[in-house]
Design a binder for this molecule. Structure first.
Ligand SMILES: Cc1cc2nc3c(=O)[nH]c(=O)nc-3n(C[C@H](O)[C@H](O)[C@H](O)COP(=O)(O)O)c2cc1C
Ligand SMILES: CCCCCCC(=O)C(=O)O
Length: 355
């Protein structure tokens, strides 16, 4: 883990309330998937090139029509006002200052238009299929009108995963935060709430959202090559390999294991992105070498926001981008195009604590 991520995490643990901390940190079930995510990246080893001109490392890329300065993106995470009073507005400012793309959660704790105004940089909007389709359709159109350049349809959440460590504590202020964008309140009979997850959603929603908004739609939460192909056949413009931070189905394969299979299945048709357990430039380099076009950061952004508001988010993204540039240079890859599969190999028995 990068030293800064570690320090911001420690600071976040000091300043966050116990309910907010539990909500952010927790995973589903016995948390096997959450706990495996980080270590899974270290099962790969690098095969660097030598005597390659790496005096200038260029991290820029074009992604679905948007030019980006860094392949580090902010993952959609809910309720940023639990971390900092300035909430998603601060996250948007920090991301823009670092030149990083923000993915705003459907469960943001501030109106998406306020966040859009603060987002001087590019941003995408994450969509949950809701029981009342007017809710997700309305949000998608509002996001498009406010300047989002793509939608990210989360496909792994027909129901919210059960998280033993946080479910009993509850989330302070959740009713108001849910209402802020959807206009709906979670009632005690939440299963019938208009803004609750809609468990009957299918891949038909991909084309529907694309036709409604004219925006590219990525599907997030994919862990299999055949499922990625099914989403792309249904119109997905990109795939996000993700275990949802280990918060949905426990014991799913880590993103680091699923990524090569998904890239092999659809990587020549659409960009494949990945998130889950990425905590350092080396983790990101590994993900890019395995075929990801870009990566998303979830909890590290929440810790950075709690630790330092917009400045904390900027420092995180700047530091990891700089860390990535450094390890790319040492691996002999001066551009993202030069980060190819031959740079990594998988080993079966990593040495966890060398002596
Ligand atoms: C507190 C929290 C809230 C999240 N909220 C959302 C959400 O609203 N929508 C979504 O698609 N994913 C959500 N995620 C999952 C993230 O987008 C991402 O997949 C995950 O956090 C990546 O793993 P990492 O935290 O190890 O970086 C959430 C994750 C966390 C930790
Ligand atoms: C208690 C409602 C949680 C909504 C989903 C947010 C999310 O994706 C996550 O917490 O994970």
């Amino acid at each position: 883990m990068s030293a800064l991520v570690d320090a911001q995490h420690a600071r976040a643990r000091e300043v966050l309330g116990s309910e907010a901390l539990a909500y952010y940190e927790s995973g589903a079930g016995a948390e096997l998937t959450r706990r495996e995510a980080e270590a899974a990246w270290s099962h790969y080893r690098l095969r660097p090139r030598v005597l390659t001109d790496v005096a200038a490392v260029d991290l820029s890329l074009d992604l679905l029509g948007t030019h980006l300065a860094t392949p580090l993106l902010v993952a959609p995470t809910a309720y940023h006002r639990l971390a900092h009073p300035d909430g998603e507005v601060a996250t948007a400012r920090g991301a823009a200052a670092a030149g990083a793309l923000l993915t705003l959660s459907a469960r943001a704790s501030q109106p998406l238009e306020s966040v859009a105004q603060a987002a001087a940089g590019p941003w995408w909007f994450q969509v949950y299929a809701t029981r009342d389709p007017a809710v997700h359709r309305g949000l998608a159109v509002r996001a498009r009108d406010a300047g989002a350049t793509a939608l990210v349809l989360t496909g792994d959440t027909p129901f919210v995963g059960r998280k033993p460590l946080s479910d009993s504590l509850g989330i302070p202020g959740i009713e108001d935060m849910v209402a802020v964008n959807s206009g709906a309140h979670l009632r005690p009979d939440a299963a019938t709430d208009a803004a609750d997850q809609w468990p009957s959603a299918t891949t038909d929603l991909v084309a529907e959202l694309a036709a409604l908004t004219g925006l590219p739609v990525l599907v997030k939460g994919v862990l299999r090559g055949d499922e990625a192909a099914r989403c792309v056949d249904a119109g997905a413009a990109g795939i996000v390999v993700s275990t949802h931070g280990g918060r949905q189905l426990d014991r799913v394969v880590p993103s680091a294991v699923a990524l090569p299979e998904v890239v092999a299945a659809v990587g020549d048709r659409v960009p494949v992105l990945v998130d889950g357990g990425l905590r350092s430039g080396l983790d990101v380099l590994t993900a890019l070498a395995l075929g990801a076009r870009a990566v998303l950061l979830g909890r590290p952004v929440l810790w950075a926001l709690a630790a330092g508001g917009a400045a904390g988010v900027r420092e995180l993204l700047d530091t990891l981008t700089d860390d990535l540039a450094h390890v790319m240079a040492l691996a002999g890859a001066p551009t993202l195009d030069a980060v190819t599969a031959d740079l990594v190999t998988r080993i079966e028995r990593p040495v966890e604590r060398p002596v």
